[in-house]
Design a protein around this ligand. Sequence first.
Ligand code: CMX
Length: 136
Amino acid sequence: MKKIEHIGIAVKDLEAAKKTYRSLLGVDSYKDELVESEAVMTSFFRTGPNKIELLAATDESSAIHKYLEKNREGIHHIAFAVDNILEEIKRLEKEGFRLLNKEPKKGADNKLICFVHPKDSNGVLIELCQDIPPEN
Ligand code: CMX
């Protein structure tokens, strides 16, 4: 894995959280994006080389909704950039990690994504992210 791509933070009220992070980081969110397949509305901030993703549930089917029923707002996942997500999935499966989706899916901010079960990584939900190459 190359580097931490972003840190995902589960929030109840996206607009209120955006205001907080705008004040905290001193920059505006550079993108809001709905990810229908995950039932989440996201907002991204860049700070130096790092990215923060705020995540709010759009309905009760969302993993973020379930998470916030059981937990307070806070860090939901850590995402790592990978060059080849299929190779990384194969490698992690060989190492005994449970992948939560066997096929990479389209995530926010132009990424192919896949999650590793938090029980296999000391209680931290891990996301793999590969940039989707631009179409010619
Ligand atoms: N971080 C750490 N632990 C987590 C967790 C998280 N984000 N979400 C759930 N868990 C833990 C729970 O605390 C619970 O632990 P205990 O058994 O000790 O209580 C266990 O995992 C099972 O949790 P659950 O509430 O019963 O939830 P599910 O098993 O139904 O789902 C998970 C958990 C991680 C498998 C599911 O949320 C998932 O598939 N996540 C991947 C997709 C996702 O998170 N999408 C939203 C973000 C999308 C985006 O970034 O665009």
